[in-house]
Design a protein. Structure first.
Length: 443
């Protein structure tokens, strides 16, 4: 015969026991063993096989379903329900239990913090198995869209304009109602007008409530998910969450994961590294991140713990060559608390910016700059050249040197293949383009 044909009515039998549904080396057995090894007390879950009342689904089985499903990109409770009925690995994992999607969603809702703790215990298990070294940690972040539409993102200005239009429409509808009633036509338009009037009034109430919740002109509020924020990415601006993770250098395994509402990573470096160290129950030796995390105050928090910090400044990341009159070309005289320009002229201390924690130095006589042959290159200000010095300027210089060193460059080269790979896997392989749940706890 030229082809092999299937036969649906051929009598066959599955293995006599569910245990034989999957081979001994199937990955699902690892997930089963992992969840069985978890301490439910440390997870904050109550596990009492002797409780009275209507029997529930085994919490361990439900946790296995979620952990195994999420690992393969199956996040929807309805999809998990389908897999529990038709996928042999899921059937084996659950011992033929078939919870419906409502049961799965309710279990997830009640145990959001438990799922967060699972990752911590997984990282500690990998540490004990020498799969995580915990010596060099990489931090990275990505914006993932929230379960909310852009049309529901409101600002004060948009709310005010909407209220003006709504008031105009309500006035027009009331006028039309009065005209129709006066003519006593009894047409259907009166019913339609009354319905639209009710809709416009409801919309006005909603917009007024949004306007009351907005506190400043810069604030915006999404009425679908009030905790998400508008964030910029290479695909546009959408209501999103900033997803953070810390990855170990040895095998690229995730040590810590978090979701924050900050649109930038500037204030995340110290927080994420410290939380990863808490998970590992020991401090790392080196912490590395890209230029998006460059913040001297944040880096100093980690450097003060005697942890090597490898984070480039934006100038270092762009690999720009410094000009002949860059700040680094000016010499700082600590004894006299002044800078000297490449031409030897002093820039004296003139004040302190307590908001930005910067000291201000300026050329004493502006004529010095205006008559200098380098005027227009060094500075174009008619007041002469000025320089800002951070409170932590010495720490900043130290960290810049640390990054530029051969050792720092070798560590930073490992960052892309370790820190960025998990996000690529989540987006491309598992198809995670947006969150299914709403609110920080849910996502």
């Amino acid at each position: 015969m030229a082809y092999r044909y299937g036969e649906r009515e051929q009598t066959q039998m599955l293995p006599p026991s569910v245990e034989e549904y999957v081979p001994a080396d199937a990955p699902v057995r690892v997930y089963d063993a992992f969840v069985e090894a978890l301490s439910f007390k440390d997870l904050g879950m109550v596990y009492n096989p002797n409780q009275t009342g209507n029997p529930e689904y085994d919490p361990k089985a439900m946790l296995k379903l979620l952990v195994y499903g999420y690992s393969y990109g199956i996040r929807s409770s309805r999809r998990l329900e389908r897999e529990a009925c038709y996928n042999l690995s899921f059937i084996w994992l659950l011992g033929s239990l078939r919870p419906d999607h409502k049961t799965i969603a309710e279990f997830r809702r009640q145990h959001k913090q438990t799922l967060h703790q699972v990752l911590k215990q997984c990282a500690r298990l990998c540490l004990s198995l020498n799969l995580i070294a915990g010596n060099t940690l990489f931090v990275d972040g990505t914006k993932i869209r929230a379960n909310a539409g852009w049309k529901e993102q409101w600002t004060k200005e948009r709310a005010r304009k909407a209220l003006e239009k709504i008031d105009e429409r309500i006035t027009a509808l009331l006028t039309e109602c009065e005209t129709t009633d006066a003519q006593e036509t009894g047409s259907e338009s009166f019913i339609k007008i009354a319905k639209e009037l009710k809709d416009q009034t409801a919309l006005k109430t909603k917009v007024e409530r949004v306007l009351a919740e907005l506190k400043t002109d810069d604030d915006s509020l999404n009425t679908t998910d009030p905790e998400c924020k508008p964030m910029h990415s290479n695909k546009g601006t959408f209501p999103s969450y900033n997803t953070q993770h810390v990855v170990d250098a040895q095998h690229g395994l995730i040590v810590h994961a978090d979701v924050v509402q900050d649109a930038t990573d500037v204030h995340q470096f110290a927080q994420q590294i410290e939380q990863a160290n808490q998970t590992l129950e020991k401090p790392c030796a080196t912490a590395c991140a890209d230029a998006g995390y460059a913040n001297t105050e944040e880096e100093n928090k980690i450097d003060a713990q005697h942890i090597q910090v490898v984070v480039p400044t934006n100038i270092q990341a762009r690999e720009q060559e410094e000009g002949p009159f860059a700040k680094s070309k000016f010499t700082y005289d600590a004894e006299h608390n002044e800078y000297r320009c490449p031409e030897g002229h002093p820039l004296t201390y003139v004040g302190y910016d307590s908001t930005k924690h910067k000291h201000d130095y300026r050329i004493h006589a502006k004529e010095t700059c205006l008559t200098c042959p380098h005027y227009g290159v060094c500075t174009k200000s008619r007041h002469g050249r000025r320089i800002k010095r951070l409170d932590l300027e010495e720490i900043k210089i130290k960290l810049e040197t640390q990054y530029a060193s051969p050792e720092g460059q070798a560590i930073y080269r490992l960052r892309k293949q370790n820190a960025e790979h998990p996000f690529g896997h989540l987006r491309r392989n598992l198809g995670v383009q947006y969150f299914l749940l709403r609110g920080v706890d849910g996502v």
